[in-house]
Design a protein around this ligand. Sequence first.
Ligand code: HEM
Length: 149
Amino acid sequence: MTPEAVEQIRSSYAAIAVSERQLSARFYEKMFAAAPALRRLFPEDLTMLQGHFEAALALVIRNLNEMDGLQEALRDLGAQHVHWGARPEDYITAREALVGAIASLSPAWNPALEDHWRAAVTAIIVPMIEGAAVHAAVEAERLSAEQKP
Ligand code: HEM
């Protein structure tokens, strides 16, 4: 990601993040509208989760230049998500919901900014999906070892 792209993402995020939980509320709204079946995976009251989600997003935005340092934490987060029922394809739904939520709250939206945001969110979901896949593989080995006579 170029320094210009990082700068554009940071300033567009700063403009949205002034209102706490605004972005996460819009994100969940869009994700559940696109995939209503996902709603039952989440708690009734999303308030706490919205806070966690925004904290995670803010951390990534601060570290866009050093995403290597976040790979492990994002893989762990993806592995945890397996237990919550997230499937690889749900991350694409989540990415589009997040990009759509940001677009709907940004007065100065344009195709270049959309590309930058999609790339940034892809850099979050790819290690999460990788972490989930490794977790599933380890779990399969464990189950297979258990079944051996
Ligand atoms: C952009 C991608 C995503 C990010 C950054 C993200 C981030 C997070 C964070 C930070 C938490 C809180 C973890 C904790 O409390 O320890 C969380 C919880 C959760 N996420 Fe995600 N998530 C993403 C995508 C998804 C997807 C695609 C699904 C599945 C449909 C999903 C389902 C859940 C569920 C069910 C919980 C737990 C709710 C509970 O507390 O019971 N997430 N997520």
